[in-house]
Write a protein that binds this ligand. Structure first.
Ligand SMILES: Cc1ncc(COP(=O)(O)O)c(C=O)c1O
Length: 423
């Protein structure tokens, strides 16, 4: 087998430079809470493929379901010749997502595609053009979702022009907005929408209940319910992007549940199918069914192998109670992170929920973001065998997203490496 170093050289000649990787190590196998490269080096996994392998890599039920499906048929296209597993995934999503109303779902391939379709559905159902998004938001890399995403580098730089009718308003970001309470922060955003866009022009308000790539920003309590209430009164479709927060990651099936918010539409992907590419829009039946027959779809959307994997993943989450596992991970990790923060004036905040936690790093004694220190800590973790990710508009947030099946021993070892990296 080629070594990681050899593969890295081959890659430089074969793979476009624009596709980056966090570590220059090439994976041989992964499972539980670890990843092993082709040289036999092991990393404790605090990334889960960016919040995807919540049930772990090659989870037994997923492997079994995928194997059985591959032997039966690999693809017919649901738009040509449909099959049961697509319907079953939609039934599961309709039942699992918050909201006691009638729902429908449609399946796609990627998170960005789900977001695009949620916007299509909201525009079609309301007959309105505008979409409201938030500072620090991340919704994907396609043309419309680049417009919806806040951060320029690396996601948008020189990739425009972008889609129109997208309006950005302030997010509740307690560390950086003077600790505005949720209701006040929501009133500020709502006033901007009403004055600058006009509520009657808004099809959808799109928000991550906890922001992912934007820095694991947790809005102040009351922010999401206030926006939900305003959207209802204004006839605006409230869309929760739960692509990173969904499927037990935050200690509930979905992060919106924490404050009892019921979105009109939810976008889902990542953790849905144990690593196979699948995404969904789930929401109110009357909105979803407003679209004409043939208006939604795509060649691979709801591919049968991905659907089999999703059903097995959902079963695994239920069987192992991975929402409770996320809460346990959050409790252990939170305690260690707060201890690190107490001894390090560069840690401005520990935040997040469940197994979606982060620390924001600043120049000690200031609120100035310190992306260089953040990168250095992350690099020290990688060198010592812990896979961590950074994020944030200012690149100064270290985020932790372990698979929810990580063992106590792996979690403890990972946190030891992290503590040592902070010195
Ligand atoms: C909240 C959120 N929305 C959308 C996306 C885009 O998903 P994908 O990369 O599958 O297109 C992501 C990916 O990180 C995300 O975190």
């Amino acid at each position: 087998m080629a070594t990681s170093e050899e593969l890295h050289k081959r890659r430089a000649e074969a793979v476009a430079r624009g596709v980056g990787s966090t570590i220059p190590a090439y994976v041989d196998r992964a499972g539980g809470g670890t990843i092993t490269d082709v040289d036999g080096r092991e990393w404790i996994d605090f990334a889960a493929g960016i919040a995807v392998t919540n049930v772990g890599n090659s989870a037994p039920r997923v492997v079994e379901a995928v194997r059985a499906q591959v032997e039966r048929f690999t693809h017919t296209c649901f738009m040509v010749a449909p099959y049961e597993s697509y319907v079953a995934v939609c039934e599961q999503l309709n039942a699992l997502t918050p909201g006691g109303f009638g729902k429908r779902s449609a399946l796609f391939n990627s998170g960005a595609e789900a977001v695009e379709n949620a916007v299509k559905i909201a525009r079609h159902a309301t007959g309105r053009p505008a979409v409201v998004v938030f500072d620090h938001a991340y919704h994907g890399r396609t043309n419309l979702t680049m417009a919806l995403t806040a951060k320029n580098m690396p996601y948008k730089h020189r990739f425009g022009p972008f889609a129109g009718e997208v309006y950005r308003v302030p997010m509740s970001y307690p560390l950086r907005d003077g600790g505005l309470d949720g209701a006040t922060a929501a009133a500020r955003s709502i006033e901007m929408i009403e004055k600058q866009v006009g509520a009657e022009n808004v099809a959808a308000l799109l928000i991550e209940p906890i922001q992912g790539e934007g820095g694991f920003v947790v809005p102040a309590e009351g922010f999401l319910p206030a926006l939900r209430e305003w959207a209802t009164a204004a006839g605006v479709v409230f869309v929760a992007d739960e692509i990173q927060t969904g499927f037990c990651r935050t200690g509930d099936w979905f992060a919106c549940e924490h404050e009892g918010v019921e979105p009109d539409l939810i976008t889902l992907a990542k953790g849905i199918a144990g690593g196979l590419p699948l995404a969904a829009v789930t929401g109110r039946a009357e909105l979803m069914d407003a679209v004409h027959v043939g208006g939604l779809g795509g060649t691979y959307g709801g591919n049968p192998i991905a659907c089999a994997a999703a059903l097995a993943s959902i079963e695994t989450m239920r069987e192992l109670d991975l929402a409770a596992a996320a809460r346990r991970i959050g409790a252990v990790m939170g305690e260690r992170l707060r201890a690190i923060a107490a001894g390090d004036p560069g840690v401005a905040e520990v935040r997040g929920r469940g197994a979606m936690l982060a620390v924001e790093i600043v120049v000690p004694g200031t609120s100035t973001p310190d992306p260089a220190a953040t990168a250095a800590i992350s690099a020290a973790c990688h060198a010592a065998g812990l896979l961590t990710l950074t994020c944030g508009t200012y690149g100064n947030v270290l985020r932790f997203l372990p698979p929810l099946v990580i063992s106590d021993d792996e979690l403890g070892r990972g946190l030891d490496i992290l503590a040592a990296a902070f010195g």
